[in-house]
Design a protein around this ligand. Structure first.
Ligand code: PLP
Ligand code: COI
Length: 366
């Protein structure tokens, strides 16, 4: 039995004024403003996890030879805290993020933070910065747990010191345009993840590697990039930083399908939750493999009626049109489909406490 970590609480003497915070919460955007505090926990070889603190949000000092800057042992998570109808606050399936964080750590040869410490660190920060949890619909407090190497040196090997942190940022809509369908570019040149690589891990390097493809999508007039598998360049994997869903058929007979987790996709918690919600609503669901030609064909013959992307930050975003080097097509009528809209409402209703939570997904913090 290990003893639970005790956190040293050092609240800020100068939190932002109520007036200034209200100005931020009026138009939070995404990831632009941060709350008054942060949590830090250190790990070192020999001592394990230690020095757990809640302290004022502040810049870090870093040695130029910090190993993270050179070799990118850096992982993160993303989850949200939602204001509940009784004024309390809940997070959504934080233990799933804790487990994915452990799997990411394992893949990057980093130490695994115990699940309960991960959840406790987030709860502490939310309790301290509760005033930052917005109460408007579609708004939330985005939590960003992350961990990186802090050892100094240029030898290429797993570091023997790490820092785990949690910061928080009030969030409005992730895509500034609101729930408008996005246009996507099928990336045939760049890939996100290869078999045996780090695609399943939420590591910083995956995002660095994605940026050039996102820029290419923008050059082609598209909002987002869609990743194909690295080997055959034809199996649909994900969209940018979100998982994808395909609706086959319409009405009560519709089937709600998502690409199977082959090892190169990020196993999204929104994806996992939507499989359950769709099933609870009585729809057939499935994890499938679908090529870019299947997608084009399915659109042409009408068998694919809706396509949407899902993730914590943007919840559900309809995909309106597709472009690649060889073809372009519109998904359905180009607008948000009925199941896309329904699933989005259902998920948001559970998260904000406006619908029953039959699977016990909400973790009450306050
Ligand atoms: N795919 C990628 C590459 C992501 O970065 C994310 C976001 O975390 C997701 C999918 C969606 O995951 P989740 O639903 O857990 O936010
Ligand atoms: C998501 O929550 O869907 C994300 O991909 C988070 C992103 C800001 C990295």
């Amino acid at each position: 039995m290990t003893t639970p970590l005790a956190f040293d609480l050092k609240p800020s003497a100068q939190p932002l004024s109520d007036e200034d915070r209200a100005a931020v919460l009026a138009a939070p955007g995404f990831g632009r403003h941060f709350t008054d505090h942060m949590v830090t926990i250190r790990w070192s070889e020999g001592r394990g996890w230690h020095d757990a603190r809640l302290q004022p949000y502040a810049p870090l000092q870093m040695d130029p030879a910090n190993m993270t800057l050179h070799y990118a042992q850096s992982i993160f998570e993303g989850l949200k805290a939602y204001r509940q109808p009784d004024g309390g606050v809940a997070t959504f399936r934080p233990e799933e993020n804790a487990r994915r964080f452990q799997r990411s750590a394992r893949r990057l040869a980093m130490p695994e933070l115990p699940e309960e410490t991960f959840v406790e660190a987030i709860d502490l920060l939310i309790r301290q910065d509760e005033a930052w949890v917005p109460s408007e619909p579609e708004q939330s407090l985005y939590l960003r747990p992350f961990m990186f190497a802090t050892e100094v040196g240029l030898g290429v090997r797993p570091a023997n010191e790490y820092l785990f942190m949690v910061i928080a940022s009030p969030a409005g809509a992730y895509f500034p345009g609101g729930v408008k369908p996005v246009s996507v570019w099928l990336s045939e040149e760049y890939v996100r993840a290869a078999p045996g690589g780090t695609g399943e891990a939420k590591c910083a390097g995956n995002y660095a590697a994605s940026l050039v493809a996102q820029a290419e999508a923008a050059q082609h007039g598209c909002d987002q990039v869609v990743w194909l598998d690295a080997v055959e360049r034809r199996w649909i994997e994900e969209m940018g930083g979100m998982n994808l869903y395909f609706v086959e058929g319409t009405g009560d007979d519709a089937r709600v399908l998502t690409p199977e987790l082959t090892g190169t996709l990020l196993p999204g918690i929104t994806r996992l939750s939507l499989l359950k919600i769709a099933e609870d609503l009585g729809y057939a669901t499935g994890e499938i493999r679908l090529t870019k030609d299947d997608w084009r064909q399915g659109n042409a013959d009408g068998s694919i009626s809706e396509v949407f992307a899902c993730g914590t930050a943007a919840v559900i975003t309809p995909v309106g049109s597709v472009k690649s080097t060889s073809a372009s097509w519109t998904v359905g009528d180009g607008g948000p489909g009925p199941l896309t809209t329904l699933l989005r409402q259902k998920l948001l209703a559970v998260q904000s406490g406006l619908a029953p939570d039959p699977h016990g997904w909400l973790h009450r913090v306050l």
